[in-house]
Design a protein around this ligand. Structure first.
Ligand SMILES: [Fe+2]
Length: 487
């Protein structure tokens, strides 16, 4: 008998299998369990991301355009329930009925040429993130309004505009942040504040949502050019906006139907990155910094340290990922950014940073109980070169003292955004668990892996689904079991 030490490299699956549609909606208890689900972990792990990348036989023109599908893991008393449900956006409803592309997207054009696209705004797949705040579960997409989804049944109630305060011409990003001292939720969106002699004056609209879910304050930050605007940092005193070097191109070409938004996106080496600090009490800018061209796609925790604001951020000096994601069925390796910890001196205007990890990383997560306070530990997804087409294929734990734990998956397995879930009665900032969905390309199925946050080298439990979960974007932890089916 021949003993095979390692699999034939030609048979190692790529991450592309994880782009297959999951059209069916499920609700069941997970029974394929290795290890033990911790008894002090209780709550709901909501995730959002594109559940389908094709409609009929036609693929969307960009990974960002697949329809939003919630994946929900309810965890209590050592058991886990799974359910998935699409957000019933107008785009989802119409395209499901017609089985063809009816809406433009970030990188998708309606088939049929310019005439079919002229004057049409991109649809809203509501596929990027979600939040439970003020008694409502909202799904989020940076090119439109949130959608209100019932947190207990996953039924879609419809587009949500905060009692009319989020105007029709405004958008809200997929990355809001909780304010530690008040529990308010801040978010922003790219917009305009009137017209100047060079056309629309671009700005970031900044929204403050109080604990009751009411939009209680609104501000505008002038930004000069129209960057890719995905995320921002939040400390106790400041909103921290990195105005990056990724430009969106002239919107007129998009409106004339000649190209998608994605086709105009480029990283411009001639545009320095600016950083604006906005006072949260006034929503007015108080200090601006300038540094080398770059972009921050996702932020971790931010806090004040004397005169300095400390900002955890994933830095990129290119945006190759956009090209890969616009041809995602043929994409090779997707890299992450560089995990940096910036220090911005509010008094002197000085800026410095240190690189926190040598490994390409994205999707930082930390104990939300530490939002705005010095936290000891940050976790993220990593992309490690292993000789095969790869996606995010591991996680890392980076302690404030520089100690790093890395857990990489074998070739053929692909990870996702990890999420920190505090344990019941969590005391220390790493007193909790890391939750991660892993796609197994060999068996074409997915698992929920649960790690103790103090040691991410081995999962304490792995629960395998009856099917695959398409690669998704972002998740949210709620410390109660919310779904009716899981009670
Ligand atoms: Fe994101």
């Amino acid at each position: 008998m021949t003993v095979i030490d390692k699999p034939d490299t030609k048979t190692i699956p790529t991450f592309h299998g994880g782009l297959a549609n999951l059209d069916r909606e499920h609700s069941y208890w997970l029974t394929d369990v290795e290890g033990t689900v911790p008894s002090d972990l209780e709550g709901t792990f909501y995730r959002n991301g594109p559940g389908r990348q094709r409609i009929g036989n036609t693929p969307y023109g960009h990974w960002f355009d697949g329809d939003g599908m919630l994946s929900v893991f309810s965890i209590a008393e050592g058991k886990v329930h799974f359910a998935n449900r699409y957000v019933r956006t107008p785009k989802y409803i119409k395209e499901t009925a017609k089985q063809k592309i009816c809406y433009r997207g970030f990188g998708t054009q309606i088939p049929g040429g310019t005439i079919r696209n002229v004057g049409r705004m991109p649809g809203n797949p509501s596929n990027t993130n979600l939040v439970y705040h003020g008694g409502k579960l909202l799904t989020l997409y940076e090119g439109g309004h949130p959608f209100h989804v019932d947190a207990t049944t996953l039924e879609t109630h419809g587009e949500y505009d905060f009692e009319g305060k989020l105007k029709r011409n405004m958008v809200m990003s997929a990355h809001g942040h909780f304010h530690g001292p008040t529990g308010d939720w801040f978010n922003f969106g790219a917009g305009s504040m009137g017209f100047g002699k060079n056309g629309p004056k671009m700005c970031f609209n900044i929204f403050r949502i109080d604990k009751q879910g009411k939009m209680s304050d609104f501000g505008q930050l002038p930004i000069g050019h129209f960057p890719f605007a995905h995320d921002f940092g939040l400390s106790n005193k400041y909103g921290i906006f990195f105005i990056n070097s990724i430009t969106m191109g002239p919107i007129s070409e998009v409106m004339l139907g000649r190209r998608s938004i994605s086709e105009g996106v480029k990283f411009d080496d001639d545009i320095p990155m600016q950083i604006a600090l906005v006072d949260l009490n006034t929503l007015q800018e108080v200090r601006r910094f300038q540094t080398d061209p770059g972009a921050i796609i996702h932020f971790g925790n931010c806090f004040e340290d004397g005169d300095e604001v400390v900002v955890d951020a994933m830095h990129s000096d290119q945006f190759e990922a956009n090209e890969a994601l616009s041809d995602v069925f043929n994409a090779k390796r997707l890299r992450g950014g560089e995990y940096r910890r910036y220090r911005l001196n509010v008094k002197t205007g000085q800026l410095s940073f240190e690189v926190m990890s040598p490994t390409n990383a994205e999707f930082p997560t930390f104990n939300q109980n530490m939002a705005g306070r010095p936290n000891h530990t940050t976790f993220s997804a990593v992309s490690v070169e292993n000789g095969h087409d790869s996606f995010f294929n591991g996680i890392q734990r980076v302690a404030f003292d520089g100690n790093i734990q890395l857990n990489t998956l074998d070739p053929g397995y692909f990870g996702s955004e990890p999420l920190f879930a505090p344990s019941k009665d969590s005391a220390a900032d790493d007193d909790g668990y890391i939750l991660e969905v892993v796609y197994n390309g060999y068996d074409h199925n997915s698992s929920l892996q649960i790690f103790k946050a103090t040691n991410i080298t081995e999962p304490v439990a792995t629960l395998t689904l009856r099917h695959h979960l398409p690669h998704q974007f972002h998740g949210f932890w709620h410390d109660k079991v919310m779904l009716n089916d899981a009670r």
